[in-house]
Design a protein around this ligand. Structure first.
Ligand SMILES: N[C@@H](CCC(=O)N[C@@H](CS)C(=O)NCC(=O)O)C(=O)O
Length: 192
């Protein structure tokens, strides 16, 4: 198996932490600058995004799809609750994915030459990040007290926000939750 990724990609990192937690070592292929509109490095992924998993003849797109594929194939006990159907858990995942996607849009717009302060569309993205983080901060006290895929997701999101500084990060509950797990070896190993 191969995972197409970049070392800083937060969507890739949640999958990398899961792989590490499951004790699975697979080949990592760095696609380079994800702002480039060059299809070749992404192989069969038409969306030109990472992560993508290749397993023999099969390609799997999208981080949560990849995580579910890995667990269905290799971790029947689903130790990290990847296949959860709990509405609160899935809402938290949706908010984190939304925050992460908005952050990608802001970062890649700036990287490709747009002034994100000059367009109202980007103000809405910035607002959605702040509102999403506030929503998560109000609920992180109810996040699981043992590490699950939600933990891997939260850490990947938070560390990326710290790295790129596109948001105000005054969210102490969320920060404390992430800090609690940050030095766990399977999490710390992929810190960007
Ligand atoms: N929904 C996708 C989002 C993946 C994504 O946006 N990845 C970023 C890197 S962290 C990317 O490749 N962006 C390239 C682009 O948007 O052009 C997933 O969960 O895998």
């Amino acid at each position: 198996m191969q995972l197409f990724y970049t070392p800083r990609s937060h969507f890739s990192r949640k999958v990398r932490i899961l792989l590490d937690a499951l004790g699975l070592e697979i080949e990592l292929i760095d696609v380079g600058n994800v702002a480039d509109a060059i299809a070749a490095p992404y192989g069969p992924n038409p969306l030109m995004k990472v992560p993508m998993l290749v397993d023999g003849a099969l390609s799997v797109f999208d981080s949560d799809h990849i995580a579910a594929y890995l667990v269905r194939k290799l971790d029947r006990s689903d130790q990290f609750d990847v296949l959860s159907t709990d509405a609160d858990t899935l809402n938290a995942r949706a908010v984190m994915n939304g925050v992460m996607a908005a952050e990608v849009e802001l970062i890649l717009a700036a990287r490709t030459g747009l002034d994100t302060r000059a367009h109202r569309r980007f103000d809405k993205l910035r607002d959605s990040i702040q509102q999403g983080l506030a929503w998560l901060d109000a609920r992180s006290g109810h996040f699981p007290s043992h590490p699950t895929y939600l933990t891997f997701h939260a850490v990947s999101m938070w560390d990326h926000l710290v790295l790129y500084q596109v948001a105000d990060l005054a969210f102490p509950n969320l920060r404390d939750y992430v800090m609690h797990w940050a030095s766990t070896p399977v999490i710390a190993r992929s810190t960007p």
